[in-house]
Design a protein around this ligand. Structure first.
Ligand SMILES: Cc1cc2nc3c(=O)[nH]c(=O)nc-3n(C[C@H](O)[C@H](O)[C@H](O)COP(=O)(O)O)c2cc1C
Length: 180
């Protein structure tokens, strides 16, 4: 089981990074992180039929194609999806590597109302791209700051950890072929 992760925050002490780290610690899947900062801005001319994609784009597409499941974590910026993450998704529209790929969305925010706008927008974009978004594996985590330990960059709140365990189990179950 291989899970590819995409984090919409580039911040070194990202709370979404803490959520991601803690979630991955709850699974024995092999994991790899997509390097969103390496991607150039989406450019339709470089995405046109017959065009050779820039190397970081080719690497992202290969990593998605090679993964059994995709786990996206993200903050919300100005009630929207961070540009770095939307940029990565735009590069994946034409490649169709996300088609039917079991995918989970975890959003986290210090706000008591969570990152609801970004969460909904991400799921709508993924739905449009025909990713297999697994609702039982998706969470919007509000008021995340007191639930993490900045020193270790991990989630410390037991209820949140249990919720992440349930979410990751739903993602890996969806990505595991049923024996015939
Ligand atoms: C440019 C910018 C816009 C933001 N807009 C929102 C917002 O609309 N909603 C929200 O809940 N938090 C917003 N925040 C606060 C982020 O949720 C907070 O900085 C969070 O820690 C970022 O996630 P990270 O810790 O994973 O980097 C914004 C932060 C920045 C830098």
């Amino acid at each position: 089981m291989k899970i590819l992760t995409l984090n919409g925050s580039l911040r070194a002490r990202s709370s979404n990074g803490a959520v991601l780290r803690s979630a991955l610690a709850l699974t024995d899947a092999t994991t790899a992180a997509a390097d969103l900062a390496a991607l150039p801005h989406f450019h339709p001319d470089q995405d046109a039929e017959g065009a050779t994609p820039p190397a970081p784009v080719a690497a992202l597409r290969h990593a998605v194609a090679d993964a059994d499941a995709v786990l996206i974590v993200s903050p919300e910026y100005a009630h929207g999806v961070p540009g770095v993450l939307k940029n990565a998704l735009d590069w994946l529209v034409s490649s169709a590597d996300l088609l039917d790929k079991p995918t989970a969305v975890l959003t986290a925010s210090p706000s008591p109302t969570g990152a609801a706008y970004a969460h909904a927008q991400l799921r709508e974009t993924l739905r449009m791209m025909s990713a297999a978004v697994i609702p039982a594996a998706c969470r919007d985590l509000p008021a995340i700051a007191p639930k993490t330990d900045p020193a270790t960059g991990t989630v410390t709140d037991p209820a949140t950890l249990q919720d992440l365990r349930t979410a990751l189990a739903a993602l890996t179950a969806a990505a595991t072929p049923t024996p015939s």
